[in-house]
Design a protein around this ligand. Sequence first.
Ligand code: ADP
Length: 154
Amino acid sequence: MQTTLVIFKPDCVLRGLVGEILARFEKRGLKIVAIKKMKLSTELLTEHYGHLKDKPFFPGIVAAMQRTPVIVLALRGVNAAEVARKMAGATNARDAEVGTIRGDLAVSIQNNLVHISDSPESAEIEVKRFFTAEELVDPADEELGVLYSKDELN
Ligand code: ADP
């Protein structure tokens, strides 16, 4: 079982797509273990997007992520990091497969609606970056029991 980080970016908030995208995760069976609205500081964004800080478009990303407050979620499930990442589609929404969030709802490389941790290792770091342990509330066994076989949960 993994917990992964999702951010509904300002373009998602501004376009009123939070509910639609949240519904996709809920219908798929990823369980919300934390959700909150927050303003992202330049310091937090510089840490979060550290791998891009020398790119010419980095100031543009920071500005785009600070246009509005964002909605941050932690989602839990078996292989949740990979499942959620596949649901997002390619970074450049124009290349994203139809059926993915970006492939259905976006056309931009920058304004691609969601951030999703790119691996189980990143997910672990990123969930801790945005949430305290007290904010994470695991689903009840019954919620998982309708989604998975007993073997998958062991
Ligand atoms: P992902 O969000 O798919 O994990 P990256 O970590 O490579 O992708 O990039 C982080 C974010 O930076 C992207 O989601 C996108 O908003 C923005 N970004 C990436 N590449 C570019 C680019 N060439 N021009 C503008 N913005 C970009």
